[in-house]
Structures are given as C-alpha cells and as structure tokens.
Design a protein around this ligand. Structure first.
Ligand code: GAP
Length: 471
C-alpha cells in the first residue's frame, strides 16, 4: 500500500529507533548534530549494503582491487588535491537569531548571480544577514601534542585521496594493468553547515569509492560504462526504478577536478537527493600529487593555505613517479580516472525508504520493510509456537543449523502474531514456525514476509528451500 510521502520520513525515523536501526549520537546528552549511531539492526543492514557494493565492485571483477587507507593523511595531500583552497561552501549568518545557512540552499540563484540574500529566511526572525563567506568543510586536527601549523592536518573529507597517493604502491605490489580500479570503503568527515534529512547529510559518514584508472582517450567510454554499472547495482538490489534517476551536471557547475559528472539520485520523501556521483576526474589528482611530492621538500611547516606549490612543466609529468608505463604501447602516461563515489549511509537510507510499507488487514496495520533478502539484517527467524512440549529445544536445533549459513534469530518471547510483526518490521524475509506437527514428523511452517503465505516444509529440504528463497 503506498505510504503518504509527507508522513513517511516521520514514520521511518520512529521505526528505525524502535527497532534498533538508528539512534541519534550521544542521545543521553541531548544528541550531537549531524552524527548517527547504527543499532543492532542498522549495523547489519549497512554492512549488507557495503558487502553488496564490495562484491559487485571488487570480488566479482578481475580489474578492481581493494584498499583500506588511513583517515589521517599528510597535510600536503590536502594542499595538492585542492581541498585546502576549494573544499568550501558559501555561508551566511543571521545577526539577530544567529542561525547559520548555506547561501546556495536559501537562494539557489546565488551560484549564478553571486548576489547573496540580505534578510534571514526564517519568517519569525527576518533579521539582517552578514556578508557571504567561504567556510572550509574539513575538520582540523593536530598530530601529537603540539598545536602548531606543522602538526595540523585534517580528517579526510573523502576516501579518494587515500587511493591516489597509493597508486604506485598498488601498481608495484600487484600485477594489475591499466585499465584497473582501486576501491575503498570508509569514514569521511565534513563539517556540514546544515546537517539535515536524517542521515542524508551528516558530518561523519561512510563512503564507498572506486577510482578507475584508464588510458587517456578511453575515459569517455569508461565513464558511460560506470554510469550504467552503478545504476544497475541499485536495480539488482530491488530499488524501485521509478524513484531512481541519472542527472548530468552542467558543464559550468562541475567540481574543480571534473570533466563530466553524472549523479545517481533517489526520490526521498524530502525530494530528489544524490546517492552517488560518477565523475571523470581526468588526470587531475595524480598530477596534483606529483606536484605535491616535489613541493613537500620545500615545506617548513608554514600554513599550507598560502604555501606555493612547485610548478612543473608538462613534459616531466608523464615521466614522474605517479605516471604509468604501458607495456603494450611502450610509453608512459598519467592515467585518467573515472570515479563512482557512493555514500553507504545514503544508500542505506534510500533502501529503507524504498522498503517501508504498510498493509491493512482486519482493521490492523502491518508495518513491513520489503528489503531485498541480500540486504535484510536477519534472513530467517525461528519461532516455536509455544514454550513447551519440546518445541524450544527443536527450535534451537534448527536455529543452530541455519545460523551456520545465514544471520538467523531465535525468538520464543510473545504470542506468535506479535513475533511475526516484529520480524516484518525489521524486514526478515522468512519465519520458521515449530509446532505440534514438527514434533511428530520434523516438518515446519515457513511464512514469507511479503505475501504472508505459509508453507509446510519437510525437515530434510528446509535448508535448500531457505537458500532458494533468499537467492
Ligand atoms: N570523492 C568524490 C566525492 O567525495 P561527493 O559527491 O562529495 O564526491 C560522494 O561524495 C558521496 O558521498 C555522495 O554522493 C554521498 O552519497 C556521500 N556523501 C557526501 N557528503 C555526505 C554527507 N555530508 N553525509 C552523508 N553522505 C555524504
């Protein structure tokens, strides 16, 4: 049954708290804005999302390898990548109510006109606004106990740079050849001016990024290929394709590193929102790090904001340390990079929104998460009808068997109807009920989440039946 979109977000937030998917960070202290904790169900769901991505992007392919680089990096990496100079949003403060806004959010025309609004958008305030200022989104920190500029670095705002600085290490330590990709999942941090829409815009979040290195001139073809692959990934995990769209960025509004970008967007209850961006980053990053490597010897700890990078002529670039020797072509070049960059939290939120459903039967509303079986936190629940006549023992034995292969749950705590509802709310595809007949012939009842249909299954084929249903 379609759920009213305006009410969906509120219902989903309540469900995710009630059933242990998501909690506000530091809730007992009143919470901290833009940070979220995943509870017992949420951590399984997000892990399944990340595993599905890792499988599609790394394990099922011969041309992509994995990496897990550190969150803290040499500060010169952020100078070279352009983040110290460019990773900023325009912000504006209200002099009366002290609220802070992203200028482009309260006035989308600002990007084109450069004219900032002057009056607070809050109708109850209408105070005067300050002039617009650039606000760098990177969180600063210091390595070691000394708070001086030489020790200053940043929590990474994207995982991508950890991949670029390891390009040579991966080439030298594997037999992989261009075209190939390096994939990474991990935390990123951005001091967002206005975190909002539940986990959609957080200050601490997880990314799933892949940098695909290819020969210059083949980049447009690979770009189209990866846009198609990434769209298909959401479809394979059961996402409603009417709510997914591809949006090409205007040439004039591309990021400083990009030649082309297409976003994969989902229609959230609060409107269309970006799930991931596929960008043609050209050879920008490897070139920049090559300049960074040469500049670092001249750096004596001064503020990196104003530190001039050593300039290099173009000829030297293609023979530099971050270049690649193409065996077939017998020449060196700096590979171009196609980057599908997704958010694990945004994908998880989109799958939750997409899965939320309500059924009405016998004047009762059933809340059900119709998650794809691969994403469901619990795959199968074992429920003895009553807590006597040997049923709990038989149930425990079946549960013990099933949990060797799937994330299973055993529950004998309430009336059977109530236990079914609990499993529906967390999206468990199958419930196995142990009853009087089980004690006679070993057969069990399997109830399917979506149809609520029940089938009698013999003990010796149960495992195969579950396997087929979860495929
Ligand atoms: N390396 C490229 C890059 O970081 P991005 O579009 O800024 O590109 C990639 O980020 C993805 O990371 C986004 O599509 C989104 O899914 C996720 N993401 C970015 N900022 C986020 C935030 N504040 N909260 C949650 N997810 C975020």
């Amino acid at each position: 049954m379609p759920v009213e979109q305006s009410a969906l977000m509120e219902k989903l937030v309540a469900l995710t708290k009630r059933r242990g998917f998501l909690f506000q960070s530091s809730e007992i202290y009143g919470g901290i804005n833009g940070c979220w904790d995943y509870g017992p169900m949420g951590v399984e769901l997000k892990r399944n999302v990340k595993d599905a991505w890792w499988r599609a992007m790394v394990r099922d392919r011969d041309d992509v390898v994995g990496l897990d680089s550190s969150i803290l990096m040499h500060p010169m990496a952020w100078r070279a990548s352009g983040h110290i100079a460019n990773f900023a949003d325009p912000m504006i403060d209200c002099k009366r109510c002290k609220k802070r806004y992203r200028v482009d959010e309260i006035d989308p025309a600002y990007e084109d006109t450069g004219i900032a609004p002057t009056v607070c958008p809050d109708p109850k305030c209408k105070g005067e606004l300050t002039a617009a200022r650039k606000f760098n989104l990177m969180f600063e920190t210091h390595l070691g106990p000394v708070a001086e500029s030489a020790a200053k670095t940043y929590l990474r705002p994207e995982t991508a740079q950890g991949i670029f600085v390891n390009f040579q290490n991966v080439v030298n330590s594997t037999r992989i050849k261009v075209p190939f990709g390096i994939a990474q999942q991990g935390k990123s941090f951005r001091n967002e001016i206005n975190p909002r829409n539940f986990t959609f815009r957080s200050r601490e979040f997880e990314q799933m990024e892949m940098e695909f290195f290819c020969k210059p001139g083949t980049d447009d073809t690979w770009f189209e290929y990866w846009v198609g692959q990434r769209r298909q990934w959401y479809a394979d995990l059961g996402m409603n394709m009417d709510k997914l769209r591809l949006r090409q960025h205007d040439q004039a509004k591309l990021s400083h590193y990009s030649k082309a970008t297409t976003d994969v967007e989902y229609l959230f209850p609060f409107g269309w929102g970006e799930l991931e961006g596929i960008a043609n980053r050209t050879d920008y990053d490897l070139r920049q790090h090559q300049i960074g490597m040469r500049s670092v010897g001249k750096w004596q700890g001064q503020d990196l904001q104003d530190f001039p990078l050593v300039d290099e002529d173009k000829e030297e670039f293609s023979s530099g340390k971050l270049s690649y020797f193409d065996d077939e072509e017998k020449r060196r070049y700096i590979p171009f990079v196609i980057e599908p960059a997704a958010g694990a939290d945004r994908a998880t939120l989109a799958f939750l929104c997409d899965a939320y459903d309500e059924d009405v039967a016998n004047n009762e509303t059933r809340v059900v998460l119709r998650l794809h079986p691969r994403l469901a936190p619990i795959k199968v629940a074992v429920l003895p009808l009553v807590r006597k006549e040997g049923m709990p023992e038989r149930g425990q034995a079946i549960y013990g068997d099933l949990r060797k292969r799937w994330n299973a749950m055993y529950d004998d705590s309430a009336a059977i109807g109530k236990r079914y509802r609990r499993q529906d709310e967390v999206g468990t595809p199958l419930c196995i009920t142990i009853d009087g007949d089980t004690m006679k012939d070993g057969s069990v009842t399997v109830r399917e989440r979506d149809s609520m249909q029940q089938q009698r299954i013999a003990a010796d084929v149960l495992s195969r039946f579950v396997e087929e249903k979860l495929a």
